[in-house]
Design a protein around this ligand. Sequence first.
Ligand code: FES
Ligand code: MG
Length: 579
Amino acid sequence: MSETKKVALRSAEWFGTQDKNGFMYRSWMKNQGIPDHEFQGKPIIGICNTWSELTPCNAHFRQLAEHVKRGILEAGGFPVEFPVFSNGESNLRPTAMLTRNLASMDVEESIRGNPMDAVVLLVGCDKTTPALLMGAASVDIPTIVVSGGPMLNGKLDGKNIGSGTAVWQLHEQVKAGTLTMHQFMAAESGHSRSAGTCNTMGTASTMACMAEALGTSLPHNAAIPAVDSRRYILAHMSGIRIVEMVWEELKLSKVLKRENFENAIRVNAAIGGSTNAVIHLKAIAGRIGVELELEDWTRVGRGTPTIVDLMPSGRFLMEEFYYAGGLPGAIRRLGDGGLLPHPDALTVNGKSLWENCREAPVYDDEVIRPLAKPLLADGGICILRGNLAPRGAVLKPSAATPALMQHRGRAVVFEDFEHYKSRIVDPELEVDASSILVMKNCGPKGYPGMAEVGNMGLPPKLLAQGVTDMVRISDARMSGTAYGTVVLHVAPEAMAGGPLGIVRDGDWISLDCAGGALNLEISEAEMARRLAARAETAVPEVRSGYQKLYIDHVLQADQGCDFDFLVGSRGSAVPKHSH
Ligand code: FES
Ligand code: MG
């Protein structure tokens, strides 16, 4: 390691003095068998690990960490691995989103309070990527993201099936009577065949692409399969690079500029990325002091063709995406077409995004399609406003049915998720394919945690008639693996007094994606009357514990659902001594 510049190491505030404090900090560390010379001016690199056997998508991370360590050691740094709260999407109830901010607090305090000069973030499952980036952004030391990589393709009857997406599809087929329970159970085993995250362009893959598009990871981090040896090489190279970043003083705020977020928004449209990215990017931007508005998604994202043909919008899976050229290939297609807003945006390897991607090959035009043959001509996330969503709502065009994106229909209203579940199966339910399913009280405060229940399954009697999509509206989120003409993130949510709370059965609602409008067709006077007549918005019965903190402080979806008191960066100043 060539130390070209003398940089004052943050870790020297712990290990750099020959006094009582230095004794204390070093001596206890030495119980791990660390020789004295490791404390003599080497960069100490934290490896922030979300490993957990309860987060199956991140269960291979101890091995991943070992490869990061090899790189750190090779470059002359000293690695220190530490665990943080791991919120896995598949097991955690009521929703992993409830603890995204909790994890971010854990990350922030762990980094700031400990002797480290830089940090490697090991992320994978959906919420782990934003949580760790949010926490690291609030400290702002040199930071690099290493993702766990996607699972291999799922298999059923010799065909590929996609994580999550298959669950929604197959379950509807069971309900419609076209798939046997035996096949359904066979799919369960073939669906998750290797280590790694969901292999569709769900939220995990989307956020891995966002981390790469933002410039916070090395190129190709997003798509290399979890079990591909090249994933471990990337981890090793990230370990080397993070040590160099210490000497270059390349802290996170030098990378995460407004330009990088605009690139990410454009890339999200090109990959057909998850609606969850709208919330997570806003939250990350908030931590690093970048102003991001919902309208930025319209301004920067709309008009961008979706060229990555992955489920749930398209045909393929992350394995094929990597073999076809991965995210650098897709970004090259954008850039060649003049569609990369900020080619010069800096990335963690010290080069610009365009320098990293301008020569990236594309090996398969079916998977990474040419701009002239897109999966969808306009794939940017659609931001909606109107009297039903004064502070915005979102819809993902690439997952929707084009004919339903301009639609008027009568509301069938569910007061909450439980009401939905009991009512949707009622054979007497007055509903037809033109109805609009409206669900309340599933937002950040209402659920609480804004669960991924917005893609309400259709009424069984309509499924049996062959109906495959309907307009659905809620203050909930939807899994990035899900699909349908689904309006999400309605803000303010019903529980926070939003007009979603006063919709009644039979009300007419109009959805106009092209015009960005979502309206309840009642007069202003009627709207005012209903809002006034509404009982004081009932807050859920939570009087203590983390859920109380959450409900009291969570911001609405348009503000990224961060806690009000966590927005912003609090810096990396070394806290007072502990003794
Ligand atoms: Fe973890 Fe999908 S459940 S990535
Ligand atoms: Mg998900």
